[in-house]
Design a protein around this ligand. Structure first.
Ligand code: TPP
Ligand code: MG
Length: 381
């Protein structure tokens, strides 16, 4: 598919800024002027306290630029992943996140560095948004020794202890109980971190999902369960797999707060996260959030973009609500972003992706002996 026409940047990582180019146009939105923001030491990020229009609440122009940058980086990085896969530089499975970047960006922009993140196999962009090194991610995808999992995990197993990024899991729903376990550990240690757990809408039909939500509610665990509803589990539409398509009602089954949000709108994602984070930190209560989104690529690199289980028209209709485009348009209308600046941001993102590629491509493969390492962990202490 051509995502080339619509790409955008990614959120601010702690370590490395980027840049980029390219852009399109602007529909009408709010003015976005003058939000007053402040840093909440508890939350670690900028949160609401402003007079700006609701959908850009709690953000400064600087933060909006960081959000745009983050989304652009994810987009440009993953486009290079597709290219590398086609060239045979990436082996195994490879699931791209393109189209869903407002979720990763909005969520990561709200949590603290000491919070925890766990996810499924559509994980590269989420890791980037969390601040994992682009070089280490690309090297992992290329199966190189310098990859964040030593080149032995690949696309579905991006881990990074420095950012509390706990994977990258290939079995649908398998990591949801792990998130509950992390929540239990936080509580046991009397911490006030949260654990954010991403999964697709198909995972809500897996038994492990129900076990995990039950325990999280019963034990008052600070876990934020984020269902990314992109409407398909591989090639199966939610209407063909799920008895009650209104998946958020599952929250009620576990006496848990539930909320549905527009996952293409980074500000809506942030606002919803602010409520869930408050609930988790202060009340130690879990939340289930359904974020409505759409993936622009096939399920994985071996799946057609459209023409099989979804039509080209449907895809094109949904691409009109590209999260990068929506944010770009708001900033453009607010007069805080010129097309030239957008191009610059995009160039930066592309440069970071290129740097990651070069680094990965020139890195060595893991030594043969490493086949025997990381199999067991010494738990004696
Ligand atoms: C337990 C299990 N069953 C089946 C599969 C095969 N499988 C891989 S991805 C997937 C669809 C999951 O869809 P969803 O949870 O909506 O996530 P998305 O791919 O849309 O992000 C399936 C069925 C698997 N990995 N694990
Ligand atoms: Mg899905």
């Amino acid at each position: 598919m051509s995502t080339e026409a619509k790409r955008a940047p990614v959120q601010k990582r702690k370590e490395k800024p980027a840049s980029s180019d390219g852009q399109e146009n602007v529909p009408p939105t709010d003015d976005g002027n003058g939000p007053t923001t402040e840093k909440d030491p508890e939350m670690g990020t900028v949160i609401e306290k402003e007079s700006a229009p609701a959908n850009i609440a709690g953000t400064t122009p600087e933060l909006r630029r960081e959000l745009l940058h983050s989304m652009l980086l994810q987009r440009r990085f993953e486009e290079r992943c597709a290219e590398a896969y086609a060239l045979g530089k990436i082996g195994g499975f490879c699931h791209l996140y393109i189209g869903q970047e407002a979720i990763s960006t909005g969520v990561m922009s709200m949590i603290r560095p000491d919070d925890y993140v766990i996810t499924a196999y559509r994980d590269h962009a989420q890791a980037l948004a969390r601040g994992v090194s682009p070089r280490a991610i690309m090297a992992e995808l290329f199966g190189r020794d310098t990859g964040c999992s030593g080149g032995k995990g690949g696309s579905m197993h991006i881990f990074d202890a420095h950012t509390n990024f706990l994977g990258g899991h290939g079995i649908v729903g398998s990591h949801v109980p792990i998130a509950a376990g992390v929540g239990f550990a936080i509580k046991y240690r009397r911490g006030n971190q949260v654990c954010v757990c991403f999964f697709g809408e198909a995972a809500v039909n897996i038994g492990a999902f129900h076990e995990a939500l039950n325990m999280a509610s019963l034990w008052d665990l600070p876990v934020i369960f984020i269902m990314e509803n992109n409407r398909y589990g591989m090639g199966t539409a939610i209407s063909r797999s799920t008895a009650n398509e209104d998946a958020i009602v599952r929250a009620k089954g576990y006496r848990m707060e539930g909320e549905t949000v527009d996952g293409q709108d980074v500000f809506a994602v942030r606002e919803c996260m602010a409520r869930a984070i408050e609930r988790a930190r202060k009340e130690k209560r879990p939340t289930l959030i359904e974020m409505k989104t759409y993936r622009y690529m096939g399920h994985s690199m071996s799946d057609a973009v459209s023409g099989t289980y979804r039509t080209k028209d449907e895809l094109e209709e949904n691409m009109k609500r590209d999260p990068i485009l929506l944010l770009h348009n708001k900033m453009f209308e607010a007069g805080e972003l010129t097309e030239g600046e957008m191009h610059k941001l995009d160039d930066e993102a592309k440069a970071i992706a290129q740097d990651a590629w070069d680094y990965a491509d020139s890195s060595p493969e893991p030594a043969l002996e490493k086949l025997y390492t990381d199999v067991y962990t010494d738990t004696t202490s």
